[in-house]
Write a protein that binds this ligand. Structure first.
Ligand SMILES: [Zn+2]
Ligand SMILES: [Zn+2]
Length: 247
């Protein structure tokens, strides 16, 4: 309980401070003109992914007018649409870490600002953050993806369901695992709570960082089990092989 209270006080103090001070770049803290943005130099170091690319996975399509990439054609991924604001790189990583471990709550607004243009045509959708296990939530005091989902819900005027998905067991760090190991590590880790009407509806998962998509796939599976129509994902950053980035 004390952790929650302390975290709430810190959040409030940070918000008050935010309000009183001039806007600063989310990357280097230089004073800038508008809130929740980046200075020109930091902006240029970020690889913005945009809404183009493969209809389904969002990865850049190499010199082709096809709607889907070869990988999605060969084996349709469990998510109907995946988009991320930026490629995972030095600065986008720092932004994600500062929100998660540094309690820089205002960064959830910055992330949401740049994730907002990535919304697809679905208008009846509900936003659902990728959940943390309750033990981690208790230690951290907040779910970083939940904060971003809240900001996006406000921007898009869409419902946010912070508790639709539950992570029923803690999952090990997936770093260094191959695809099959990752799948196994998160398999069955997510369930939906009872009593929600999501039959046929579109669910948009909100996450901070998308790596291989195995966590998102496990979430999608749990959502499909209770009848979700489409399952999409919008994240702040995404791991993209440098060779796939168009510069
Ligand atoms: Zn900067
Ligand atoms: Zn694709």
């Amino acid at each position: 309980m004390a952790t929650f209270l302390l975290s709430a006080i810190k959040t409030l103090a940070a918000q008050l401070l935010d309000f009183a001070l001039p806007p600063r770049c989310a990357g280097c803290a230089e004073i800038i003109d508008e809130v929740d943005g980046f200075c020109a130099e930091c902006w240029l170091t970020l690889d913005w992914l945009g809404t183009g690319g493969c209809d389904r996975c969002g990865l850049p399509l190499e010199a082709t007018d096809a709607a889907l990439c070869g990988r999605c054609l060969a084996a349709p991924p469990p998510l109907d649409r995946m988009r991320a604001a930026v490629a995972y790189g030095p600065l986008s990583r720092v932004i994600a870490l500062k929100l998660k471990y540094g309690r820089k709550i205002a960064l959830a607004r910055t992330m949401a600002r740049y994730m907002a243009p990535l919304l697809g045509p679905a208008s009846d959708a509900i936003l659902v953050p990728v959940p943390l296990h309750r033990r981690r939530l208790w230690w951290r005091g907040f779910n970083q993806s939940g904060l971003v989902a809240k900001q996006l819900g406000a921007r898009w005027e869409m419902p946010v369901d912070q508790h639709l998905l539950r992570r029923i067991r803690p999952t090990p760090p997936l770093k260094g695992m191959n695809e099959a190991q990752r799948r196994r590590a998160v398999s069955g880790a997510f369930v939906t709570v009872e009593g929600r009407q999501i039959e046929g509806r579109t669910v948009i998962l909100i996450d901070d960082v998308l790596t291989t998509g195995s966590t998102a796939a496990a979430c999608a599976k749990a959502l499909r089990k209770v009848g979700a129509g489409r399952v999409e994902l919008i994240s702040w950053a995404r791991v993209v092989r440098p060779s796939r980035l168009m510069r």
